[in-house]
Design a protein around this ligand. Structure first.
Ligand code: PGA
Length: 246
């Protein structure tokens, strides 16, 4: 069974006081709700999440388990803090930190080795979209970033068009459908229908309470990766409720 999943990416926002928002989130029985706060908040977030049926994720990890990597955090450390998910390959890291597909693949592997689920992000730039290259970019990111051995337990794929992140611009429902159907087909070709049908595919990029229900109408959209609107329970709860109702 494919999971309905709503994931909140707090990015570099939040504080210990902001963790009060977690207690105000309502996680329906048939939806997995994941909050990905900054690394210093993971441990406490996992404690609060456990009391509130929430899952906690990190926003990145190093591909090595430990060693002389000043400033980095490894997947086993994230697991030890009580988290169960890691976002890998977010476009902000692909761009600002120069992460390439092979780096994302190594991070996903490290995530799996630590027993965690990777929320692996892919998405085209506005330039790629305008040049009609979207599906080629998506195919390349999927084949380059997703390691062999993907299962519905260890992988969630998030389609996030870069031009839709934090901009208030959202693709049309047909554009979202086209890419999500394509991702499902690519995963089916590589991992077989049994595995691919159960992998949750999230849409991300300016998801808000006002547009979530429409986005969740698409058959191969199983949830959302939400940035800005995940910071406040008052914004995230209606998105979760729209997913539950979809
Ligand atoms: P946004 O961010 O919802 O603020 O557009 C989404 C993301 O970057 O995951």
């Amino acid at each position: 069974m494919r999971r309905k999943l709503a994931a909140g990416n707090w990015k570099m926002n939040g504080s210990s006081a902001a963790l009060a928002e977690l207690s105000a989130l309502a996680a329906p029985a048939d939806c997995t709700v994941v909050i990905c706060p900054p690394a210093p908040l993971l441990f406490r977030a996992a404690e609060i999440g456990a009391e509130n049926s929430l899952h906690i994720g990190a926003q990145d990890c190093h591909h090595e388990n430990g060693g002389a990597f000043t400033g980095d955090v490894s997947a086993p450390m994230i697991a030890d803090a009580g988290a169960s998910y890691v976002i890998v390959g977010h476009s902000e890291r692909r761009e600002a930190c120069n992460e390439r597909n092979r780096d994302v693949r190594a991070k996903a592997k490290a995530t799996w080795a630590a027993g965690l689920t990777a929320i692996l992000c892919i998405g085209e730039s506005l330039e790629d979209r305008e040049a009609d290259n979207t599906l080629d970019i998506i195919a390349g990111q999927l084949s380059g970033s997703v390691p062999n051995g993907a299962t519905a337990d260890n992988l969630v794929v998030a389609y996030e068009p870069i031009w839709a992140i934090g901009t208030g611009k959202v693709p049309t429902l047909d554009q979202i459908k086209e890419v999500h159907d394509f991702i499902r087909a690519e995963l089916t070709e590589r991992f077989g229908a049994t595995v691919a049908n159960d992998i949750s595919l999230l849409y991300g990029g300016s998801v808000k309470p006002g547009n979530a229900a429409e986005i969740f109408q698409a058959e191969n959209v199983d949830g959302a990766l939400v940035g800005g609107a995940s910071l406040k329970a008052d914004d995230f709860n209606p998105i979760i409720a729209a997913l539950a109702a979809s």
